[in-house]
Design a protein around this ligand. Structure first.
Ligand code: MN
Length: 251
């Protein structure tokens, strides 16, 4: 299991744990409950009707904010992680205050549930952007760049006809995404493919297994590369791409 996957599970585990804890309390200490409680009464506190799901959190960066410099500066990281990513988390938690039925869902389940629902576009956009950014930070590493190895390299060979062809396809997806969006490496029906999505959209909402992503919103590169998106993409692939993370996601 990847760190990223376990993060999503943690939240469910905590929610499940809260309920499991209630169940244990409901059993009560067996030596006392049988004798000290009048018939019909229970040692368990009633389930709290105001039980509130945990708020979504901004996960810590997997490295220091200057670890990807000079390709991605700490200045970019300060805005991108500290302001943009944080704002998506805060906006999502704000929106969920008015949607208690959705507030208990894990981030993954929430995104899949509201995808395509025009009335929930604000929740989808913020939730997907929280997920996409957490996934993006892990898609890069200070020791990244270059080719993968092993099973992943083999799969890239059979899926694209070689690493260079994958690289071209991924770079083209990033360069040709008009306006804001993302480039992705996904696993779909046992084969790898490259996709691009607009704005907050994400292949995981459609049940695809994401292996890597690259943010091509201007806020991802403008402070370091200005309008030169192709240079940012080249640097991402040559210096940052985290194949270890992609291999973990492949399972
Ligand atoms: Mn971004």
């Amino acid at each position: 299991m990847t760190d990223f996957a376990s993060k999503s599970l943690d939240r469910r585990a905590v929610l499940g744990g809260a309920l499991a804890g209630t169940a244990i309390l409901a059993l009560g200490p067996p030596t006392f409950s049988a004798v000290s409680l009048p018939a019909g009464e229970s040692a368990a506190p009633p389930l709290d009707p105001h039980f509130k799901a945990m708020a979504h959190e901004l996960p810590p960066l997997p490295y220091a904010d200057n670890a990807l410099a000079p390709t991605i500066s700490s200045n970019t990281m300060g805005f991108h992680y500290g302001k943009h990513h944080k704002a998506y988390v805060d906006n999502l938690n704000g929106l969920l205050k008015d949607a208690p039925d959705l507030a208990a869902l894990s981030l993954d389940d929430l995104i899949k549930k509201v995808a395509g629902d025009a009335g929930k576009a604000g929740i989808f956009n913020n939730a997907a952007q929280v997920w996409n950014h957490t996934f993006y930070w892990k898609s890069m590493s200070p020791k990244g760049g270059g080719q993968p190895t092993g099973k992943l390299l083999d799969l890239i060979g059979t899926s694209f006809g070689g690493y260079d062809k994958f690289k071209d396809a991924f770079a083209t997806a990033g360069k040709t995404q008009f306006g804001s969006g993302w480039a992705w490496l996904v696993l779909d029906n046992g084969k790898l493919s490259v996709e691009k999505t607009a704005n907050a959209d994400t292949p995981m909402a459609r049940g695809k297994k994401c292996l890597l992503t690259m943010d091509v919103w201007e806020h991802a590169y403008y402070l370091d590369f200005q309008n030169r998106r192709p240079d940012y993409i080249t640097a991402f692939l040559d210096k940052l791409v985290n194949w270890e993370f992609a291999a973990q996601n492949l399972g």
